[in-house]
Design a binder for this molecule. Structure first.
Ligand SMILES: Cc1ncc(COP(=O)(O)O)c(C=O)c1O
Length: 445
């Protein structure tokens, strides 16, 4: 164990960190961050780190954004929380108005939850209950794609397909149906991103045609399977899926928790396909990295299916103590205002173009490069055949010493920076990646 500060000692005494093997902390003790500013966070020793992963994909406009800080302070002095059953507040009402304006057409009603996984639970419960109330109680299967990730609560794990998260809990999980979906890096149809017509949709098509009577909903991560390794796929897949699900009375659930709010260059990733889902989950960037809140958006048609006399037993009885918290809503409203006032989507397009050209240049001679892929301001470097164990994690540790947070997904190193990133910071991000990989490979010479 390295020499630890008092704060690190106390942390390890009490805290069981997420998504971690705590024994790893013997080699890489918790980095205690004392402040954040823009692209950077600073630790207790004054080391600065460039946050290239937006602190688990949540931060949009940098740390301690002045506009958001201001509205939080104002909101706290007005109202910190109020039960959201029977009561409401200005921030929630304004958010309802603003979010439905920018959401894909038809998504007109909001259900508040606290985090992405809970919004997946709501989507599942709501879809099923709606079918029950329309006389189709046999529609209880949820379909998702191989490589899917929709959160880590038990219901969400049922539609997820990442073994490392699900394996041990299998006896507790009600498994959904996993269908072979797009895998563009290893396309078995000999197509590339330009020639693709989503031929791989055939697996989904076959399954849905044969089993639609039992299927309640299909849940997808729109355009990019994030946790599976930033696997970008064709909007044509979504178009085909939208048409078929509509024809077969199956809900299309768009999980936009990671990819919503501009990540892919559109406000919501499903816009690339030009279609609307029946249910859409948003979280993470909704509150720009400030507050755990997520929302499930649904159509009026679905909403109306729950609207009746209380005695009809059609209420949707899902609640969280902090549902619709005013501070979270105020932050989300400001997030949407920033998108509008500061032309964030145009900024993402410009910066995305710069990053694409830069990455092409800087990765020209990168060894073990399988593919560099990008959409919006998300770039992913798929490394293939690297020597050694947990190469991605080792590269991440080296990059930390060089001042960049490049937390990988297996051996895929990706960039998902806050939108305020500057050109010189993108250069630095790629340079640190290249240097870290080089330093890692030197261990095997
Ligand atoms: C696509 C997707 N869905 C759901 C979730 C779960 O969100 P949360 O971590 O807020 O529960 C995530 C988290 O990474 C995600 O990427």
């Amino acid at each position: 164990m390295n020499k630890l500060s008092e704060l690190q000692k106390k942390d390890l005494e009490h805290i069981f960190h997420p998504c971690s093997q705590m024994k790893d902390y013997e080699n890489l003790p918790p980095i205690v961050i004392t402040k954040g500013e823009g692209m950077y966070v600073e630790d207790e020793f004054g080391n600065r780190y460039m946050d290239c992963v937006s602190s688990w994909w949540v931060n949009l406009f940098g740390h301690c954004n002045a506009r958001i800080n201001k509205v939080i302070k104002e909101q706290i002095d007005k109202l910190e929380h109020i039960i959201f059953a029977n009561f409401s507040h200005e921030a929630g009402i304004e958010l309802g108005e603003r979010l439905t304006k920018v959401a894909p057409e038809g998504l007109n009603k909001l259900i508040f939850t606290d985090n992405g996984s809970s919004s997946t639970e709501v989507a599942i419960k709501l879809s099923f209950q709606s079918h029950v109330q329309s006389g189709n109680p046999q529609k209880k299967t949820f379909v998702s794609l191989e490589g899917a990730y929709h959160g880590e609560t038990i219901g969400a794990l049922g539609v997820g397909n990442m073994d490392r998260f699900t394996d041990v809990y299998k006896p507790l999980i009600r498994e959904g149906k996993k269908v072979k979906g797009p895998d563009c890096f290893n396309c078995t149809y000999n197509k590339n991103r330009e020639t693709c017509d989503a031929e791989c949709f055939e697996h989904m098509e076959k399954y849905l045609l044969e089993n639609h009577n039992e299927v309640s909903g299909v849940i997808i991560e729109s355009m990019v399977q994030g946790v599976a390794g930033m696997r970008i796929y064709s909007p044509k897949y979504i178009q085909k899926l939208r048409k078929l699900t509509k024809d077969l009375n199956i809900h299309l659930i768009a999980d936009e928790i990671a990819m919503g709010f501009g990540r892919t260059g559109k406000m919501f990733a499903i816009e690339h396909a030009g279609v609307s889902p029946d249910i859409m989950c948003v979280g993470k960037g909704l509150t720009a990295g400030y507050f755990p809140m997520s929302i499930v958006l649904i159509t009026d048609e679905l909403y109306n299916n729950f609207y009746d006399d209380y005695s009809a037993g059609k209420s949707f009885l899902h609640s969280h103590s902090y549902s619709g918290n005013p501070i979270g809503c105020r932050i989300a409203v400001e997030t949407l205002k920033i998108f509008e006032d500061e032309n964030i989507l145009e900024m993402i397009e410009e910066k995305g173009n710069f990053l694409r050209t830069l990455a092409k240049e800087k990765l020209k001679e990168t060894p073990y490069l399988g593919e560099y892929r990008q959409i919006g301001l998300i770039g992913a470097i798929e490394l293939v055949g690297l020597p050694g164990e947990r190469a991605g994690y080792e590269i991440y540790k080296i990059a930390l010493k060089k001042g960049a947070i490049l937390r990988p997904l297996g051996n895929i190193v990706y960039f998902m920076p806050p939108y305020i990133i500057k050109e010189e910071e993108m250069e630095k991000m790629l340079d640190i990646f290249n240097e870290s990989l080089k330093e890692y490979l030197e261990r095997f010479q």
